[in-house]
Ligand binder design. Structure first.
Ligand SMILES: Cc1ncc(COP(=O)(O)O)c(C=O)c1O
Length: 375
């Protein structure tokens, strides 16, 4: 791991993850402004960056009200003055001991469940400090991953159990509307957000008919929170995460513009394979991840900055192969040592490959951020 901070972007070791602090701050402000306009509490999800510094910026310096994907993140933030943390991952018995520690450590720690098994795990393990577990029920609207199906009676059953248990408080509903990744363009994204909001409001209404008050409805994905429909003001909380860096996937969906992408991988040409029209770079899949290679995506979903005729076409662990879209590589233009900057297809996966982020403003390195890793 590098210990000394380079002064210029052009001096960073390669491969490295670069974070453009000006773009990140702009993305943070834009999301805060959207939430203010809609009258919604922003609960930024920290899964993409996993750093103290970015979370602080996304929270507008408040150091409160975040969602995390791992207990390692929850430990990091609770150790560093953050409060009101939602562990936005369905609870299971094996995680209860650490959750109890977190619950006892900070003012507000929330857990989430989607099953009676999760409920029973909490029931068996009271918090021990007189302060009840604060529980969200995760709802599956259209994403079909974790969450109770929005049509299921299990929602009412679970909410009744939680509300009727002295050791628990029913905080509300949580939905990661990841289905918005299937739409393209702001209008389609808005429509998807509107539909999911409408469904969540129906669930809330159903709970009210059973005299269960649903204090908070939290929904989040970067596409829908970047282009929120006005009806999303009916929600109480937004929990997007990826918008901190955005990426080529978000640009393709229409969540952001190319200019909003705050994360890049710096790499250098390390060899020229003239016979095969290929530049070899020191960025393999351990520096950018394989996300983007699967399914029916275009063959080269990454973008090499300022070099539209270059494409990353292959990767092994530590090496990448770059060739041209058309014609021959101009090998004189890309001597060994040339630095290239690659925009990640999926910044959550790319950032996860790096133990340190080089944070820059223009060409100057301002800081090195060290994300938390593990679970
Ligand atoms: C449970 C949960 N909530 C929120 C988010 C944030 O969504 P996005 O990355 O689209 O901002 C994710 C992303 O995977 C998630 O899994």
């Amino acid at each position: 791991m590098a210990t000394e901070m380079p002064i210029e972007v052009l001096n960073v070791p390669t491969p490295s993850f670069l974070v453009d602090i000006d773009k990140l701050e702009r993305n943070a402000r834009a999301m805060q402004d959207r939430c203010k306009h809609l009258g919604i509490q922003l609960r930024p999800h920290t899964k993409t960056h996993k750093t103290i510094e970015a979370a602080d910026i996304l929270c507008g310096g408040q150091k409160r009200c975040i969602a995390v994907s791992t207990l390692a993140e929850a430990d990091l933030y609770s150790d560093n003055g953050f409060d009101d943390i939602l562990f936005a991952f369905v609870i299971t018995e094996n995680k209860i001991v650490r959750c109890r520690q977190l619950h006892n450590k900070i003012g507000a720690f929330h857990v989430m469940l989607d099953s009676k098994v999760g409920y029973e795990a909490l029931e068996k393990s009271p918090t021990g400090n007189g302060k009840p577990w604060s529980v969200y029920i995760e709802i599956d609207v259209k994403y079909h991953r974790t969450g109770v199906s929005w049509q299921s009676d299990d929602i009412v059953n679970l909410a009744s159990l939680i509300s009727g248990n002295n050791g628990m408080t029913f905080r509300g509903l949580y939905c990661h509307n990841g289905d918005t990744y299937n739409y393209i363009g702001s209008e389609a994204i808005k429509e998807a957000g509107r539909e999911s909001t409408e469904i969540l409001m129906k669930v809330k209404q159903r709970l009210l008919q059973h005299s269960i008050n649903c204090g908070v409805v939290c929904m989040g994905s970067t596409p829908s929170c970047s282009h929120p429909d006005e009806s999303m003001s009916l929600l109480e909380e937004f929990s997007p995460g990826n918008y901190v860096f955005y990426d080529v996937m978000q640009k393709n969906i229409g969540s952001c513009s190319m200019d909003d992408i705050a994360g890049r991988v710096a790499t250098r040409v390390i060899s020229q394979n003239v016979d095969h029209n290929i530049l070899i770079i020191d960025c393999g899949f351990l520096a950018i991840s394989k996300d983007g290679m699967e399914n029916n995506l275009p063959k080269s979903p990454w973008i090499i900055q300022d070099n539209p005729n270059l494409r990353l076409v292959g990767m092994s662990q530590e090496l990448g192969k770059v060739t041209t879209v058309e014609g021959k590589v101009d090998f004189a233009k890309y001597p060994i040592g040339t630095m290239l900057f690659i925009y990640p297809y999926h910044s959550c996966a790319t950032a996860a490959m790096h133990p340190v982020y080089y944070v820059h403003s223009g060409d100057k390195i301002m800081a090195m951020w060290r994300p938390i890793r593990g679970w």
